[in-house]
Write a new protein. Structure first.
Length: 122
């Protein structure tokens, strides 16, 4: 019996076959400041209070506060998760190391990250 097709081009398969091991690095995206940044706290509080609030309603609210950007910019800002906050980016390998290392041998920042991870997912 033949295995199912991968739905990948030949060049993609060749490129990944040449890599000895997949990259474990996960880089946090670096965003430039936008016109939405001054209204971030308002967006956070509104979405925390009412998660299903429409983007058009949020746009009207911050427009009344002096926002000069476009609706599209606000939509992109929200869909990228930038209003939610600064969540740490962690690779599976780093999470495994945190979980398997004895707590006495962890650095202070790793201990705090481990506490955040275990409270989020017991």
């Amino acid at each position: 019996m033949r295995p199912p097709p991968l739905d990948l081009t030949l060049n993609t398969v060749k490129r990944y076959s040449r890599i000895p091991e997949p990259s474990a690095d996960r880089i946090t995206p670096r965003y430039r400041t936008t016109l939405v940044v001054p209204y971030r706290e308002h967006l956070r509080s509104r979405r925390a209070a009412e998660p299903a609030v429409a983007v058009t309603q949020l746009f009207r609210e911050i427009k009344a506060q002096g926002y000069t950007g476009s609706h599209n910019l606000l939509v992109r800002y929200l869909t990228q998760g930038r209003a939610e906050g600064n969540r740490p980016v962690i690779t599976p390998r780093h999470a495994t190391r945190l979980l398997l290392t004895h707590p006495e041998n962890l650095r202070t920042k790793d201990t705090a990250l481990l506490a955040t991870l275990t409270t989020a997912c017991p």
